[in-house]
Design a protein around this ligand. Structure first.
Ligand code: 9MR
Length: 370
């Protein structure tokens, strides 16, 4: 049998009436399901590749149908958007802005400052701490100013801490000094005072020392005079079937919200093969993944409205996941399969959005207020 996406292609080529081809395509592409976003009281987002939006009609249709918030998966990373010292590449970010204007979807900026995906010129940049500061300030200010009308929130700094709670020894910490995180938030806030600014990291639910360090940093930023603007924390939520436990997630989310910060589940995916073993996908694994998505979404849906900044899944189909493309391991972590069919995980996500969900995690959260 032809894979549905191949079938789509054939139908599109063959159909004398293009609309019939498109209709058949969409029928096979997981958009016959009710839009996820319609069932949620908070933004339901997805990380996208802008070129895939342009080039793959089925991908585009899914992105448009189910989600109301878009995050560029890599188009705004420094290597992509600032490839030369004196040159920015706006093509992909502008394209995403144009797409979102047409669809009415909101945009979350990812990421202003990270130690990975840097352009070559940063590694050879010469200068003292003030030259490095001026360079990074210009990077942040240029991007946030350009997109102030289009992006209402940003991941300002990504992954600045180690699991043991120490500041990661990045090129930024090395050259700007240990207070660089504060400076980045300051610059982003000055460029767009209306934007919601997030610190984003992985492992915050499973590493108590890392969580403590991030919370301490937030307290420090907010206690300064004047306060350094920071509005929320992105828990990346690259989870597997067991770790972190939902109680650990609840603890981290509760600690963040308890400080009056927004909580984002910013890069949700559920690994089925975290060890990179030579395994086959089974229906038991898919069912376990359905339940895992349900408990995580049900937990989030039970948070007080005022702290919910939304959930973003980190990619559209399993074939697009960083686990395969970047980590080089076979996995099936997302809501749609390689043929863009909705997986059990999709239905678990949808079930978690239902108000009547009575998972233990939802109960924990509903009884809790910041
Ligand atoms: O999913 C992203 C992948 O396509 C990129 O190759 C990679 C490097 O830029 O980044 C991946 O996304 C990462 C995100 O930006 C930050 N948190 C960890 C994500 C997975 O590595």
């Amino acid at each position: 049998m032809l894979a549905p996406n191949r079938l789509c292609l054939l139908l599109q080529l063959a159909a004398s009436l293009p609309s019939i081809g498109l209709l058949a395509c969409r029928e096979t592409a997981g958009i016959s399901e009710a839009p996820l976003r319609d069932a949620a009281t908070f933004p339901v987002g997805v990380a996208v590749s802008v070129s895939r939006v342009w080039e793959d009609p089925t991908y585009e249709a899914l992105v448009r149908h189910h989600f109301d918030s878009l995050t560029p998966e890599s188009a705004m990373k420094m290597a992509a958007i600032h490839p030369e010292r004196d040159a920015y590449n706006w093509v992909y970010a502008d394209g995403l802005v144009e797409f979102a204007r047409e669809t009415g979807q909101r945009l979350h900026g990812h990421v202003l400052v990270w130690h990975e995906d840097l352009p070559g010129w940063v590694a050879t940049f010469q200068g003292d701490a003030s030259a490095w500061s001026a360079m990074l300030e210009e990077h942040i200010t240029t991007i946030v100013t350009r997109y102030a009308d289009a992006f209402d929130q940003w991941d300002v700094v990504n992954e600045a801490f180690e699991d043991d709670g120490t500041l990661r020894h990045t090129i930024w910490a090395e050259h700007l000094g240990e207070d660089y995180v504060a400076a980045c938030f300051q610059w982003a806030g000055a460029a767009d005072p209306g934007a919601k600014l997030f610190y984003n990291d992985f492992g915050l639910a499973s590493s108590p020392q890392k969580l403590a360090a991030v919370l301490e940093m937030v307290d420090d930023l907010r206690s300064r005079e004047p306060p350094v603007p920071i509005h929320g924390i992105g828990l990346q939520m690259h989870v597997d079937l067991e770790h972190p436990t939902i109680e650990e997630v609840a603890h981290a989310a509760g600690a963040i919200a308890g400080r009056g910060l927004l909580v984002r589940f910013s890069e949700l995916d559920v690994a089925l093969n975290p060890g990179g073993e030579d395994i086959d996908l089974s229906s038991a694994l898919l069912e376990a993944q359905r339940e895992r998505y349900r408990e995580i979404v049900a937990f989030y849906a039970g948070l007080p409205d005022e702290v919910q900044a939304g959930i973003t899944v980190w990619g559209v189909s399993d074939a697009d996941s960083w686990m395969r493309l970047e980590a080089g391991r076979m996995d099936w972590p997302l809501l749609f399969d390689e043929a863009y069919q909705a997986k059990p995980a999709f239905f678990g996500f949808a079930a978690g959005l239902q108000p009547g969900d009575t998972s233990p995690a939802a109960t924990i959260t509903r009884s809790w207020r910041p």
